[in-house]
Design a protein around this ligand. Structure first.
Ligand code: AMP
Ligand code: MG
Length: 426
């Protein structure tokens, strides 16, 4: 039986001691397990993280590559060349990108060459077209004047100039962004071994909840949290699975959640964690057979945010208030998902900014206010996103940061220096 009887005394031992945000997050992260690997076609692996390091299997470039359109020459042949006294060289070959040069460049000769083409043996420099007096379509046999001297090695990338075979291409955990994608493609990785996306089961709880397609009824509200969290899960790189909302029936909640803990990689719930007499998650935790990690965080909004572990899986129970659920996800679930996805720095770094409006409310706990980042005279500014009460959801869409207002005091004034966390980091 995965659940214990509440008479075991566990409920008592699990008294509501508030953990700090950082401590709660560290505790969660210590249970976050990296996902297993899967192999995907490169185009489908974009945005994922590599499961293992990769080394370069060849030199890049693997031939001496011209960086410009112009003439491949021997630096010695153009020593002392000026616009008044150009070096005169006879064109022996025209080399387009993709061609293999057919002849070695001999003294006194030049080869017309295009960007990206292989520089012929014997040549050690490429002169840009603009530094010659050649007609644009010079042909074999024409004499071209080079109007500038250049040191050997100019305008060409030597073999392995970017990377040599055997060098570390990408580290494990590297996120396949634009630069990584280019490297993988250049080195022939048409498939990539990446970490799987965590499947995140999302439950809303509460007898008041209606499905989104149901008409409003007195006293009832539509379940908005599940969709908000699903979007947050997507942004954090996970795969959301919206589960049917749960009523306030303890046995049903228990069955559904335990099944999800078995099937999913992470389980999120909203609602039912405060001290109301129908708070089903509190009841479930009182009989939990795994580890209870915390059931209170020194945080506004969302102090009843709770977390538990069972068989290596995490269950994060967020407050039902939309604002609190949003903040709770960003502070706790998003870092856990990033860690599961192989991100070695899963917690966003706060930045310092000036508060751009008065905030006349103090709090016993640090407050994480949804805010908007702005700028004035080169200074970062953050402004609370209007109505930020935890029960209100309309301004969540406007937020691009969480402003941290420390505990204590009776409020904050415009111009005060504060810290804020950016939202939506990859
Ligand atoms: P609870 O945490 O269950 O006490 O819920 C706190 C507040 O959030 C109540 O006003 C609930 O009606 C509201 N709430 C709970 N779950 C949801 C949800 N899934 N979508 C929107 N609001 C919710
Ligand atoms: Mg409820």
């Amino acid at each position: 039986m995965p659940l214990r009887d509440s008479s075991s005394g566990l409920a008592l031992r699990f008294g509501r001691q508030a953990l700090g945000v950082a401590a709660a997050r560290e505790l969660l992260l210590s249970y976050a397990r990296c996902m297993t690997a899967e192999t995907l076609p490169l185009a489908l692996a974009l945005g994922r993280r590599l499961a293992a390091p990769l080394d370069a299997a060849c030199d890049v470039p693997h031939f001496r590559r011209s960086g410009v359109d112009g003439y491949a020459v021997r630096a010695a042949d153009i020593a002392g060349a000026t616009p008044e006294r150009p070096a005169r060289l006879r064109v022996g070959e025209v080399i387009a990108a993709g061609d293999v040069p057919r002849r070695r460049l001999t003294p006194g000769a030049a080869a017309r060459i295009m960007t990206g083409a292989a520089v012929p043996e014997g040549a050690d420099t490429v002169v840009m077209l603009e530094m010659t007096d050649a007609p644009e379509r010079a042909a074999v046999g024409v004499v071209v004047g080079i109007r500038k001297m250049l040191p050997a090695g100019s305008n060409l990338t030597p073999v392995a100039g970017e990377m040599a075979a055997g060098e570390r291409l990408l580290d494990a955990g590297a996120r396949i962004g634009p630069g990584e994608a280019a490297l993988l493609a250049a080195f022939g990785h048409h498939e990539a071994r990446v970490l799987r996306k965590p499947r995140v089961a999302i439950f809303a709880t509460g007898a008041e909840l209606l499905n989104v397609d149901e008409p409003l009824r007195p006293g009832r509200i539509r379940n908005s949290n599940s969709y908000m969290l699903a979007a947050q899960v997507l942004e954090a790189g996970g795969e959301p699975v919206i589960m049917p909302a749960l009523s306030d029936d303890a046995a049903q909640v228990e069955r559904a959640i335990l099944r999800a803990v078995g099937d999913a990689d992470l389980v999120l719930t909203t609602g039912g964690v405060s001290v109301g007499d129908r708070d089903v998650l509190v009841e479930l935790f009182a009989r939990w057979s795994g580890r209870l990690l915390f059931n209170k965080v020194a945080l506004r909004p969302g102090s009843p945010t709770s977390a538990a572990e069972l068989n290596g899986k995490l269950l994060l129970a967020l407050s039902g208030n939309p604002g609190a659920a949003f903040v709770g996800f960003e502070l706790f679930a998003a870092p856990v998902l990033r860690a599961m996805l192989g991100n070695k720095a899963p917690v966003p770094r706060p930045f310092t900014a000036l508060l751009d409006a008065d905030y006349p409310k103090g709090s016993a706990y640090p407050r994480y206010v949804r805010g908007m980042i702005g700028e004035e005279n080169g200074c970062l500014r953050v402004r609370p996103a209007g109505m930020d009460k935890s029960s209100l959801m309309v301004t969540i869409k406007d937020a691009d940061c969480l402003i941290v207002l420390p505990a204590g005091g009776s409020g904050f004034t415009r111009g005060q220096r504060v810290q804020a966390y950016p939202l939506r980091m990859p």
